[in-house]
Design a protein around this ligand. Sequence first.
Ligand code: GLU
Length: 286
Amino acid sequence: MTNYIGRFAPSPSGPLHFGSAVAALASYLQARSQSGRWIVRIEDIDPPREQPGASDAILNTLTTLGLLWDAEVTYQSQRSRTYDDALERLHAARLTFACCCTRKELAGGPYPGTCRDGHDAAKSARTLRVRIGHGEIAFDDLIQGRVSLNRQSIGDFVLRRADGLYAYHLAVVVDDAASGVTEVVRGVDLVESTTQQIFLQNVLGYPTPRYAHVPIVLDEFGAKLSKQTFAAPIDAMRPSSVLFNALTFLGQNPLVELVDASPEEILDWAVRNWQIRLVAKQSKAS
Ligand code: GLU
């Protein structure tokens, strides 16, 4: 074993579909090909978007595919205390502020800074935001190359939502650091989120992992396959063909004779032959 730690972090908003199987497989192979550890974290911090039974269904599908993880699965729903500690530290560093703007008032653009220096006393606070400051945030993605965003285009983002739930960026950064994750391999739809996460890592004093964003699978209309839009769950009866197709999608040219092989045989070949440089670069889906 090396000190490499990779992870797969599905949200239980539905069963695993082919797109999430691709992300799971890529992060698994990137870890195992370096004799690293691979962990699974269930991102169940958004109960309104959860589907009952989805967490277990996802874990069962991973097992059927032979994508076996190290260590116990962690659940974000059990980690509120840790997220509160991080919020407390950001608050003590004067990096947070309460915001009373509604989504409608903000109309979807980057946050204009309305409540940054105090909010209208007649209105009640809704969300907690972080002050992001000025300048660029950049990183070198193993697949996508240099990614750079201006902080003004990101805007002071939400850490705790109006419904009291923790925001994704906060939870993901705290958990990746707590698990000692050294490299994040996930879908390219999250590539820009990485800048917010790197910002939080810096202000919380956490190391920044390496990042590799793999292409996402699109449906016939060019939209991302997504649990929320009810993408078909993968066929648990045919794990070998799911793995074979996912390897093909990831540019790994699996041997034709592997079509009829067992999941274990396919993964054994894939770990030995995995080459991240063969994974296609794909710009963020619109
Ligand atoms: N939970 C997120 C999702 O299912 C992935 C988060 C991540 O990999 O950072 O889309």
